[in-house]
Design a protein. Structure first.
Length: 423
């Protein structure tokens, strides 16, 4: 971006004086100083971001040339349609004036870049004087424009909950940026800082002002940088979240875009899950059927009760297959937890984990054995009169985990799984 920072390079020799009570304008001819006078108008086009107003006394920043290769960042105050510029004295060199709002005091005079913080969701405006000014022609008009663009989200959902946050990420979604002025073409320059790209791990997060309603309207200010593919995550106050992948048009300064989003019924029916980053994308529930926590053993079920998972948990939940169990064995690290009597299964891909308690097994007579040492988890795959299951144990002679089989009328624990749903 440095090569664009040619801010008023041809007029770097302009003289700038600060007014004081004992200053007298005694110079004559071409060198007679004059006070800068700026009339300004706010954006009026309906295509731009709406509801922008200034209050008397609001500080507006002005870019002005100083001595040598440095630049001045001067604060002025809004007073109706005019900026209070009584402290700015012009010399004979002609220059344009660049105004921006809100005023930023933190400014590096060697590099005229104003920081833009998208995380704060603060509207940012700029304006460039319609003519060049100097001591002979000190008056100019500035029409403010919106430097950012607005993405208006209309979110509809059926669940009676509150939408807490909206997260955005993508290759061209930024949390911070910079604003400057390119003197070569008298145009503003607004760029995102590469180090502030919003990722899934560190997204641009917007806290909504929504109440428990079925429709939420939320405005999000973005840098206009051809964002295109954007990953959105909507999170309720009960911590349930819903991801969307959306392709946006090429975003432009001052323009408003509307995105209608409908969040369908929770495909997981309120049951919490863990994404282990498996190649299949499969999600594993955090607890067994009939349990409410990871360490509870839950119910014992036989193979012919497979439909109970879908009937009880509903949504997209199902019993895991033999292949699902094999993936759990090969793509995770298994560690015995003696305190809770079970295995902690940790993903080798993302470090997330689930816990499988060793609940033992019930035979055809409903007699329980091996509780606390062995675990048996049903799959939906069968062979003749047997059903495949995930077995693991912890005994004095060692630990093991493998795919085995038991009679179909035996009762084992069930850990439901679900596909990853992109709405």
């Amino acid at each position: 971006m440095r090569k664009h920072n040619i801010f008023l390079g041809l007029i770097a020799a302009t003289m700038l004086w600060a007014c004081s009570n004992d200053f007298e304008m005694t110079a004559v001819g071409d060198d007679a100083p004059a006070i800068l006078s700026i009339n300004a108008q706010l954006p009026t086009t309906r295509a731009a971001i709406n509801d922008t107003t200034f209050t008397n006394g609001d500080k507006v920043g002005l870019f002005l040339p100083a001595y040598g290769n440095t630049y001045m960042n001067v604060a002025s105050e809004w007073n109706g349609k005019q900026l209070n510029t009584n402290n700015i004295i012009l010399g004979s060199t002609q220059t344009r004036v660049v105004a921006y709002y809100p005023y930023k005091e933190d400014f590096n005079p060697a590099m005229p870049v104003i920081g833009v913080d998208l995380a704060a969701q603060e509207n940012f405006l700029y304006g460039i004087s319609d003519v060049e000014v100097n001591n002979k022609a000190p008056e100019a008009n500035i029409q403010f424009q919106h430097a950012l663009c607005l993405l208006r989200l209309n979110v509809t959902y059926k669940k009676e909950a509150k939408l807490n946050t909206i997260q955005l990420s993508g290759e061209k979604i930024y949390k911070q940026g910079g604003f400057t002025y390119n003197s070569e073409n008298a145009q503003p320059l607004l760029v995102g800082y590469p180090e502030s790209v919003a990722t899934i791990e560190a997204p641009l997060t917007i806290t909504t002002d929504a109440v428990a309603a079925k429709t939420v309207k939320q405005d999000v200010l973005l840098l206009p940088d051809e964002s295109r593919m954007v990953h959105l995550v909507f999170t309720y106050d009960n911590e349930r979240s819903f991801p969307f992948d959306v392709e946006l048009p090429a975003l432009k300064m001052g323009q408003q875009y509307t995105l209608n989003v409908t969040i369908k019924e929770d495909p997981y029916n309120g049951h919490p899950y863990i994404d282990l980053g498996l190649k299949s994308g499969l999600l594993w529930s955090t607890c067994n059927m009939g349990a409410s926590t990871a360490y509870e053993i839950g119910d014992y079920m036989s193979w012919n009760e497979d439909d109970a998972v879908k009937a009880t948990w509903k949504g997209v939940w199902r019993m895991p297959t033999k292949a699902d169990m094999q993936e759990l064995l090969t793509q995770c690290d298994w560690t015995w937890d003696s305190q809770n009597a079970g295995f902690k299964v940790t993903s080798l891909a993302n470090g997330n984990s689930i816990f499988l308690p060793a609940g033992g097994i019930k035979d055809a007579n409903q007699t329980l054995s091996h509780n606390g040492n062995y675990g048996f988890y049903l799959t939906s795959d069968t062979e003749e009169s047997y059903v495949f299951e995930l077995s693991f144990y912890n005994e004095f002679f060692g630990r093991a985990f493998y795919i085995g089989s038991v009679p179909q009328n035996y009762n084992c624990n069930v850990r439901p799984v679900a596909p990853k749903v992109q709405q």
